[in-house]
Design a protein around this ligand. Structure first.
Ligand code: NAP
Length: 306
């Protein structure tokens, strides 16, 4: 008979890494699966994570690496496999990858989230040809050129500040007249002289043949349309949780987030959720690592029959 793990952890972002560290220290029989080669999840796309205590100004890539190294020192590393399906047989959960089938008493699901798309003409066609979802990855291609950032959250503000250091000009297109981003990021953004805010505007179409030439936007107050001539469009309009594998197994809200409190307890006994993909007020690295730790405590309680 196959080994039955105490827990299978899915994902090696901050929540999954934290869960792995706590599971290792709790001496749980653990299998840790991750499809990417680099640990860190979404933070590896972040130029600077400036609000994680003790690590001021650290790059997301370095923070992810440091977290991964911490887990490795405790003797646990992710197995590189992409999970295809999860079956809940009650006391046993079956996790299937392309190559293998794994069994566990519990699952900590920490698969994070992906960039949300706008779904406008030109977005898909020009992806990689001027359309990007990651300023820190692709910004350097736009040195001394003109770019547009779409969105008004933390990522949009961070991306715009990052791009302003490289680009001749950066437009920030936001659908309202106030940003959602933290005040400290707003201050940094408004200090950038080469950033122009395009308020109350929604993107209609990304223009260009083999390369982006501009973004057509519409002012939602006046109805007026204009084309912002640009070489790159960076889309930062939020995230969609990677919860498809649990669709039939646990309760989710309308946005596809798994309904779970800070203990990570879902509607399926033995399946726990951690990180950005659960319902919560604040999605940050610091809350994700807290989720990973809490989920392991919940696993231990579950295994003890509490
Ligand atoms: P977000 O906070 O959800 O902001 C998304 C932005 O895009 C909002 O301003 C929203 O407008 C706008 N938007 C959404 N759909 C749109 C559409 N279809 N067309 C035009 N605009 C649209 O997302 P985020 O900035 O990507 O951040 C994702 C999560 O990561 C957040 O929870 C954030 O706090 C977290 N994060 C944390 C850190 C950190 O800890 N340092 C850094 C970055 C991100 P409205 O404002 O009008 O809704």
């Amino acid at each position: 008979m196959s080994e039955i793990y105490d827990v299978i952890i899915l994902g090696a972002g901050p929540a999954g890494i934290s869960a792995a560290i706590y599971a290792s220290r709790a001496r749980l029989e653990t299998l840790w699966l991750e499809k990417q080669f680099v640990p860190g999840g979404q933070i590896i796309d972040t130029y600077e994570v400036d609000n994680y205590p003790g690590m001021p100004g650290m790059s997301g890539m370095d923070l992810g690496e440091a977290m991964g190294e911490h887990a490795k020192k405790l003797g646990i590393e992710p197995v590189r496999e992409t999970v295809r399906s999860i079956e809940d047989q009650g006391s046993v959960k079956v996790v299937r990858t392309k190559k293998n089938e794994y069994l566990a008493k519990t699952i900590i699901y920490a698969c994070g989230a992906n960039h949300r798309h706008l779904g406008i003409p030109g977005e898909e066609e020009l992806s990689g040809m001027g359309v990007s979802y990651c300023a820190t990855c692709d910004g350097a291609f736009f040195k001394d050129r003109v770019t547009v950032v779409v969105g008004g959250g933390n990522v949009a503000a961070e991306d715009a500040v990052f791009l302003a250091r490289l680009c001749k000009k950066v437009y920030v297109v936001h659908r309202r007249d106030q940003l959602r981003a933290e005040k400290v990021l707003q201050e940094q953004l408004f200090e950038c002289r080469n950033v122009e805010m395009v308020w109350n505007s929604i993107p209609l179409e990304i223009q260009g043949e083999s390369q982006v030439t501009g973004l057509k936007v519409q002012n939602v107050k006046t109805g007026e349309e204009q084309v912002l001539a640009a070489d790159g469009v960076f889309i930062a309009v939020g995230i969609t949780p990677n919860t498809g594998l649990l669709k039939e197994l646990v309760k989710m809200d309308d946005g596809g987030y798994i309904v779970a409190g800070e203990e990570g307890i879902t509607t399926a006994p033995g399946i726990f959720a951690a990180g950005d993909l659960r319902t919560k007020a604040l999605r940050q690295v610091v809350t994700a690592v807290s989720d990973g730790a809490n989920a392991v405590t919940s696993v231990q309680h579950y295994l003890m029959g509490r």
